[in-house]
Each structure stands twice: as structure tokens, then as C-alpha cells.
Design a protein around this ligand. Structure first.
Ligand code: COA
Ligand code: MG
Length: 264
């Protein structure tokens, strides 16, 4: 959940929300004349207790405000940094040298160059995952992000693959229309199908929808149970049929993950 660092009311609210990660923003969600107050408020918020992990989105590598951002938020309670507009792996090294050893870095891919470099960026030892920044990416390509289903599927899928090849996770773009649930469900479903582990949020109304769409449905759980049972019955005798469809070891692995069983 992105929370603009200059909006104290939203910071208060965010600390009590049932989200996995709060991302206090110091970058593009904060007007230039509010940067100082945002750094102060975010540093104070990091000192408060909350259930979610607390990350801060700083300015990007090479930006004159990055050092100020890092100096302000390197306090107890900072779990990670979201680095925007990543374009090369060495940006991660520079930032990780400034951070405490257990502080995670998530890199945002927001440009054509970033996308082309995504596998190299994902391989940086200091980086735990990638996130897609679709608005800046669209601007870099000279197009306007719409809300068409399947939009930017190439970029989204490339980011998932780049992250997976380095053993890292990928988080999907934000959905801008905070009033619209149907489109959010559709986009979240696709994010899950592409292999994202989660979705960036901008508004509390999106939390429940995104969580429930990422949860396996009752039908998926039911099917996964059948697959696991069929394999146990076949006792290692090759592929089996479940509901008239062949299932083989990759399907078994997926079914185990759905049921929370370690696939290995
Ligand atoms: N984090 C925490 N609380 C939030 C929130 C957020 N991202 N977005 C909205 N809220 C709170 C509001 O403060 C309000 O609280 P209240 O009911 O206690 O008064 C409640 O949720 C409902 O908000 P609402 O009035 O519907 O939204 P808004 O019109 O005030 O704001 C946005 C809409 C899009 C401007 C706002 O959600 C926002 O700033 N989101 C984050 C944007 C951002 O970080 N962008 C950069 C990264 S892409
Ligand atoms: Mg951006």
C-alpha cells in the first residue's frame, strides 16, 4: 500500500490497515515543496509499531534527493526500500552499501531500459524483488496507460520472468481507478495468472479485493486435493487423469503449493 509521506492522516490510517507492506512514499506522490515534512513524518511513523512491514519509496539512484531520503529514514523500523526507476544493477549496490544489512530492496521497473535490464537488476544480491511502475513506463514509451484487459502484458510478464530467473518475487502495478472493483478483480486475476505474488495498492478499498483474488478459490483447492490424492493412489506410476485431464509432475507441484504443502 503506497501512502504519500506528506499526508499525516493517511499515514495514521495505513498503520492500522491489514496490508502485508506499507510503502511510505517520498518520491512522485509527494509535491516538491512537501519533501521535508514528508521525510520527518515518515521517519516518525517508522518508529511506531504496526503489523505490516514498513518500506519507504525514495527517489531513484542518481537523484539529488536520494541521499536526503536515505539519511532521514535509516531508523529502527525500516524494513525495506523501494527504489524507483531502476535502470542498472549497480544502482542496487550503491544503495545497499548505505543500508543496514537486513534492509530489503525492491526495484521498480518503469522504463524501456529498465525492462531490458530487468534480469540483471533482479540478479543483484541486495534485491529481494521487482515491482512494475506502469505509468512511468507508458510515458517512456510515449503511450497513455489505459485500462484495457491484458494491457502491457509483455512488460508485466517479462518482469515476472526476470524476477523468477533470479529467485526473486515480482509485484504488479497499481490500479488507478479506486472506485472500480470489477476492473481491479480482472487485473488482479491476470497478475496472479502471470506469476506476480502481489499487487501494489493505492487505496484502502482495494485491500480486500486484492487479497481475496490472490487466495485460491474453493474450486481450485478442491481440484488440488484431487490431484494430490490421484498421485498418491498411482504411487509413482507416471501421469494420471483427473476430471478427464492428464496431470503430471508440474501440475502436482502447483497443486501442492495451492494446498500449502512444500512441493519438494
Ligand atoms: N493510505 C492510507 N489511507 C488512505 C489511502 C492510502 N493510500 N488512500 C486513502 N486513504 C484514506 C483516506 O485518508 C480516507 O480516510 P478517512 O475515511 O479516515 O477520512 C479514506 O481512506 C477514504 O479515502 P478517499 O476519500 O476515498 O480517498 P481520497 O480521495 O482522499 O484519496 C487518492 C484518493 C488516490 C488521492 C489516495 O488514495 C492516495 O493518495 N493514494 C496513494 C497515492 C500514491 O501514493 N501514489 C504514488 C504511488 S503510485
Ligand atoms: Mg513511477
Amino acid at each position: 500500500m503506497f501512502v504519500p509521506g506528506h499526508r499525516q492522516k493517511m499515514i495514521e490510517k495505513a498503520l492500522g490497515l491489514e496490508v502485508d507492506v506499507i510503502i511510505f512514499d517520498l518520491e512522485d506522490g509527494v509535491p516538491v515543496d512537501s519533501k521535508v515534512i514528508a521525510r520527518e513524518q515518515v521517519a516518525t511513523a517508522l518508529g511506531r509499531s504496526c503489523e505490516a512491514s514498513c518500506f519507504v519509496r525514495t527517489h531513484c539512484a542518481g537523484h539529488c534527493d536520494l541521499t536526503k531520503d536515505l539519511e532521514a529514514v535509516l531508523v529502527d523500523g525500516l524494513d525495506g526500500v523501494v527504489l524507483p526507476k531502476m535502470e542498472c544493477a549497480s544502482d542496487v549496490d550503491w544503495v545497499s552499501r548505505k543500508l543496514a544489512g537486513d534492509t530489503s530492496i525492491v526495484g521498480m521497473i518503469e522504463s524501456a531500459t529498465g525492462l531490458v535490464q530487468a534480469s540483471e537488476i533482479a540478479s543483484s544480491p541486495g534485491l529481494v524483488g521487482l515491482m512494475f511502475g506502469a505509468e512511468d513506463f507508458a510515458q517512456d514509451l510515449g503511450i497513455l496507460a489505459t485500462r484495457a484487459p491484458g494491457e502491457m502484458v509483455y512488460a508485466r510478464s517479462s518482469i515476472v520472468v526476470a524476477a523468477a530467473s533470479a529467485g526473486k518475487f515480482a509485484v504488479d502495478k497499481v490500479f488507478l481507478d479506486v472506485q472500480e472493483q470489477e476492473g481491479l478483480v480482472e487485473e488482479t486475476r491476470m497478475a496472479r495468472e502471470l506469476g506476480f505474488v502481489g499487487k501494489a495498492l493505492i487505496h484502502p478499498a482495494q485491500i480486500g479485493t486484492v487479497h481475496s483474488t490472490f487466495e485460491p478459490s474453493a474450486d481450485e483447492i478442491d481440484y488440488a486435493r484431487k490431484v494430490v490424492a490421484a498421485f498418491e493412489e498411482a504411487d509413482g506410476q507416471g501421469p494420471v487423469a483427473v476430471d478427464g485431464k492428464m496431470v503430471d509432475p508440474p501440475v502436482l507441484g502447483h497443486s501442492k503449493r495451492v494446498l500449502g504443502i512444500d512441493p519438494d
